[in-house]
Design a protein around this ligand. Structure first.
Ligand code: CAP
Ligand code: MG
Length: 453
């Protein structure tokens, strides 16, 4: 049957355009979900037809007309591809614009929205490749999500820390430390001047350190560091586990020990993310999202889903911190594109900004703001660049850049805190930190041994 459908498709018998999914005159409604796909049609498939096929397969259609179509109000249920433009400098690729009526989606469910929008189309035969570049979620639908449990404003109030980026570090090595040694790293980092420490994405409950040990030693270290410094501190306890029951159990224990923050990995999936966000909302905890796994579908420029779309879904699903890239450091990322992700985290109204990859205006209504996290191979020597790129509302996380310090972990934390406060001061005095940054750091280093090292 499939072979038959393919033959009919190639022979031009079956056309999504004729099924009503291509509507060049369509005027999108304020309440529609709008998607921008980058499509690469197969040879011989016209771009309008490929766009119609995307609209069809991501809404109501299958490969043939079915009798039961007539039993629905199919005009409003059909998604509409209304525009196709060649992608400049990328022969064979087209931007396809598709509108979806709100009736197609369940309130407050990312799982439901994604099952339609990215459900089948990415392996669809009329296309060689397909990428969801951007999405406009209408305010009517935005309001059906609860968003971040805490939000960056309340988080700053709880921490009592304002006017500068927050500092963090991921405990390294990623795997293998015992609970007791793990706790020492946490204490040294926090005592040295970091605001947060963090579990790595792949630390759960392995034989070398079971989760309860990790939580006990980490919270002991957090409490001691708070007492020693007089500052509110935290360490993101990764509760990622095999089942929801285990995640709830770990989250409850973290709370019982007085942790202010929990962490989950993106790989747990949308439903689990929304459930954990609800848990954090109920218990006044900050939810840290590590985007582990995203590169498998966000990195290729012609196929997959852009991280800006994932970031929009994550803000609605409800996370307070979101790894959003650095543009400098060990992981791939273009500065303008990464700034676009930061806008998605922090703007009340995301404006169209093509250089930053934002193709739509989007009204976030009163959805709380997410604290973006810059992490991955960064260090104190890049402080001026990081501050210039991202401003104050960001967590700068130096894992190797703290724990790899030649004089030890605490010295690494001191170097980062001194570099940060020096650079913020210079910026507030109106100096051009991008130009003068290295010089400013050199001068501060004269008075700070750890920074000099
Ligand atoms: C950073 C990190 C994070 C990455 C993830 C790591 O360590 O813990 O997982 O930042 O990337 O294991 O690489 P370092 P992103 O600070 O030692 O590099 O934040 O882009 O999602
Ligand atoms: Mg990591």
């Amino acid at each position: 049957q499939i072979t038959d459908a393919k033959k009919r498709y190639r022979a031009g018998v079956l056309k999504y355009r004729q099924m009503g999914y291509w509507m060049p005159d369509y005027q999108p409604k304020d309440t529609d979900i709008l998607c921008l796909f980058r499509i690469t049609p197969q040879e011989g498939v016209e771009p309008e037809e490929a766009a119609a096929a995307v609209a069809g397969e991501s809404s109501t259609a299958t490969w043939t007309v079915v009798w039961t179509d007539r039993l629905t109000a199919c005009d409003s249920y059909r998604a509409k591809a209304w525009r196709v433009d060649p992608v400049p400098n990328n022969p064979g690729q087209y931007f396809a614009w598709v509108a979806y009526d709100l009736i197609l989606f369940e309130e407050g469910s990312i799982a439901n929205m994604t099952a339609s929008l990215i459900g089948n189309v990415f392996s669809f035969k009329p296309l060689k490749a397909c990428r969801l570049e951007d999405i406009r979620i209408p305010v009517a639908y935005v309001k059906t999500f609860k968003g971040p449990p805490t939000g960056l404003i309340v988080e700053r109030e709880r921490l009592d820390k304002f006017g500068r980026p927050l500092l963090g570090a991921t405990t390294k090595p990623k795997l293998g430390l015992s609970g007791r040694n793990y706790g020492r790293v946490i204490y040294e980092g926090l005592k040295g001047g970091l605001d947060f420490m963090k579990d790595d994405e792949n630390i759960n409950s392995q034989p070398f350190m079971h989760w309860r040990d990790r939580f006990l030693y980490v919270m002991d270290a957090v409490n001691k560091a708070q007492a020693a410094t007089g500052e509110v501190k935290g360490s993101y306890l990764n509760v990622t586990a095999a089942t929801m029951e285990q995640m709830y159990e770990r989250a409850a224990f973290a709370r019982e020990l007085g942790s202010v923050v929990l962490m989950v990995d993106l790989v747990i999936g949308w439903t689990a993310i929304q459930s954990m966000a609800e848990w954090c909302r109920r218990h006044d905890m900050v939810m840290h999202m590590h985007r582990a796994g995203h590169g498998t579908y966000t990195r290729q420029k012609n196929h997959g889903v852009s991280f800006r779309v994932i970031a929009k879904w994550l803000r609605l699903a409800g996370c307070d911190h979101m790894h959003a890239g650095t543009a400098v450091g060990k992981l791939e990322g273009d500065p303008l594109t990464v700034q676009g992700y930061y806008n998605v985290c922090r703007d009340s109204y995301t404006l169209t900004d093509l250089p930053r990859g934002l193709h739509f205006d989007m009204d976030w209504a009163d959805t709380k703001k997410v604290m973006p996290v810059a992490s991955g191979g960064i260090h104190a020597g890049q402080m001026h660049q990081l501050l210039e790129l991202f401003g104050d509302d960001v967590i700068l996380q130096f894992g190797g850049g703290t724990i790899g310090h030649p004089q030890g972990i605490q010295a690494g934390a001191v170097a980062n805190r001194v570099a940060l406060e020096t650079m913020v001061k210079a910026r507030n005095e109106g100096r051009d930190i991008l130009q003068e940054g290295p010089d400013i750091l050199q001068r501060a280093a004269q008075w700070c041994g750890p920074l000099r090292a």
